[in-house]
Design a binder for this molecule. Structure first.
Ligand SMILES: [Zn+2]
Length: 144
């Protein structure tokens, strides 16, 4: 879906280049799609800090591509304030609106065909969670 949103909208070249880098990382580790900040993006500095807080996830995924293994930040897991390392840019505040437009313009069956099983399962999980919190049967009317 993001591919089509990028094609139909005018994003800066830097965002498109970041998206290409993100897709490459996703090819090595599909779970990245679940944790990437699609709105704001992520810098390698943030990625290193996330791994320090929550355990290794991003750094091994980045190292597995061998494309960024030469960066001292990735090798040492230390990113200081002078670091000029890579940022994967996000798609901005309007990504959700653009996504909703995409959903309204396409049949759900065609969207489901182009969506990975992993993402469909995540949507089903979230749907069940929201449904259990916000939906209930009508109250039973007691006859008197
Ligand atoms: Zn860095």
């Amino acid at each position: 879906m993001i591919d089509e949103i990028i094609l139909k909208n005018s994003y800066q070249d830097s965002v498109i280049e970041s998206y290409d880098k993100l897709k490459e990382l996703i090819n090595h580790n599909p779970d990245i799609k679940l944790y990437f900040d699609h709105k704001e993006g992520l810098s390698f500095k943030q990625i290193i800090n996330l791994d320090k807080t929550y355990g290794p996830f991003w750094t091994p995924a980045i190292q597995s591509t061998n494309k960024y293994a030469h960066l001292s930040c990735i090798r040492s897991n230390i990113c200081d304030d002078s670091c000029q390392c890579i940022k994967l840019e996000g798609f901005g505040d309007t990504l959700l609106d653009k996504g909703l437009t995409h959903f309204n313009q396409n049949k759900m069956s065609s969207i489901a065909r182009t969506t990975s099983t992993q993402i469909i399962n995540e949507w089903l999980y979230l749907g069940k969670l929201f449904f259990s919190w916000f939906c209930s049967p009508s109250p039973i009317k007691v006859r008197q």
